[in-house]
Design a protein around this ligand. Structure first.
Ligand SMILES: [Fe+2]
Length: 434
């Protein structure tokens, strides 16, 4: 488990441990941040127009990497600068060595932030919004005068910075489940537009073992206690709010898919070409929109408008083989998946962290992979490991190629895309796993 330090120190590029700077070959950047190795440099060099002061209650350990700006970094129509099949520099291409002794990705809510959260929840309660309709609460219904810009700054670091962040201090022990759900929904409004997590239309999903069989190919693993290997979800960013931990296990891990890309390119460029190839069939696990097949095609490495967006899930690629008409995966594809998995889970690229109640993890699905270990839980379902999940489309995201229309369930409009949509999906909120 990562140990938080209190001095905010890091061992990034200053000590030469930034592995992927060597032999870089890429076009001159049109975006300053693409040239920055460390997040602190990045914060100084990226465009920003609306700096606000970090709240004084933020501890020294919590605010080093955050650019306290609500500027929308990549929504101005500029394209990125990534050249296909080139080593990608930038804060999103990090290694474990750069972060394992740092805590600048942990953002602690201040008493002022929590007071604003309490007031906003009370405002929703006064309106009597039914629990199933919590997803109709808008930003205007949920004012967060200082917490809002703070949350947007954290999100910007996820969208166009290092790609991951953690927020600590949501008072889930003091809130009822309904209040917690309102708080989480309301915070999500400052990150982007939410989308349905499943065919049932859950706008916030419950990550909890409800006894589903992980060996059933149609089971979504988040409803089991099984390990989940490194993968991406079906939205721009994924956030998880921890309510309870398991009796044992359930460790969260993540790594930079951009660093995985770089290392594959460096060591096996032939397999990088395989991963960027078109013949990756992705199983829908039975969540099939009208007129669609139970699978679709999407490469792992997607170069588009100067960005690399990675979409990976070996589980779903392997599952596609249950359909007789889907071509068999080739030996090169199996080899590519084996190398990808090994790198994503390697000590050099992987970070581990046990989420604690009241903490929210945010991850970019385009630049980061995530995983969790299996866990042993309590017999009493009310005591079991329980996380809430929001899938979100920020307004300042990158463009995506048309192949994402299948995995995102429709048009790729920035700020309004992602999620799972099948016939009859009715968006709503449930307060417990089902
Ligand atoms: Fe996931």
């Amino acid at each position: 488990m990562l140990q938080s330090t209190t001095d905010g120190s890091h061992s990034g590029c200053r000590d030469g441990s930034c592995l992927f700077l060597a032999n870089a070959r890429r076009a001159p950047s049109t975006q300053a941040y693409r040239n920055a190795c460390c997040t602190n440099e990045f914060s100084l060099r990226r465009r920003s127009t609306d700096h606000t002061t970090a709240p004084s209650s933020c501890s020294a350990e919590s605010n080093h990497g955050i650019n306290y700006s609500s500027s929308e970094d990549i929504s101005d129509g500029q394209m990125g600068s990534v050249e296909p099949f080139s080593i990608i520099e930038g804060p999103e291409a990090w290694t474990a060595e750069q972060y394992k002794h740092r805590s600048d990705w942990i953002n602690v809510l201040s008493p002022q932030h929590i007071a604003e959260l309490d007031a906003a929840i009370a405002g929703v309660e006064r309106k009597g919004v039914p629990s199933a309709q919590i997803h109709t609460v808008s930003k205007e219904d949920f004012p967060l005068p200082t917490l809002g810009p703070y949350l947007e700054a954290v999100r910007n670091e996820v969208v166009s910075g290092r790609g991951f962040a953690l927020i600590r201090g949501v008072p889930v022990d003091r809130y009822s489940r309904r209040q917690t759900t309102i708080a989480y929904w309301g915070m999500g409004l400052y990150w982007g537009k939410a989308s349905s997590n499943n065919k049932k239309g859950h706008m916030i999903s419950h990550i909890k073992d409800i006894g589903q069989d992980p060996s059933n190919p149609l089971t979504r693993l988040y409803a089991t206690h099984a390990a989940q290997p490194f993968h991406n979800d079906s939205a721009d960013i994924v956030t998880l709010l921890c309510l309870r931990n398991a009796k044992s296990g359930g460790l969260s891990s993540w790594s930079s898919s951009v660093s995985v890309h770089n290392e594959i390119l460096r060591t096996r460029p032939d397999l990088a070409e395989v991963l960027a190839g078109p013949h990756w069939f992705y199983d829908r696990k039975g969540e099939v929109p009208p007129g669609k097949k139970p699978y679709f095609l999407i490469p792992v490495f997607n170069y588009h408008e100067g960005y690399l967006s990675v979409n990976y899930s070996d589980n779903y690629f392997l599952l596609s083989q249950r359909h007789a008409e889907v071509p068999r995966l080739t030996p090169a594809q199996y080899e590519a998946m084996e190398l990808f998995n090994k790198l994503a889970a390697s000590d050099e690229l992987r970070l581990d962290y046990m989420l604690q109640p009241g903490e929210i993890q945010l991850l970019s699905n385009h630049t980061q992979l995530h995983a969790r270990s299996d866990f042993v839980d309590y017999d009493d379902i009310d005591l079991r490991r329980h996380l809430l999940r929001l899938w979100l489309a920020p307004p300042n995201e990158r463009a995506l190629p048309a192949v994402y229309e299948d995995i995102y369930g429709g048009p790729l409009t920035i700020g309004s895309r992602g999620g799972i949509h099948v016939e009859g999906t009715q968006e709503h909120i449930v307060l417990e796993a089902e």
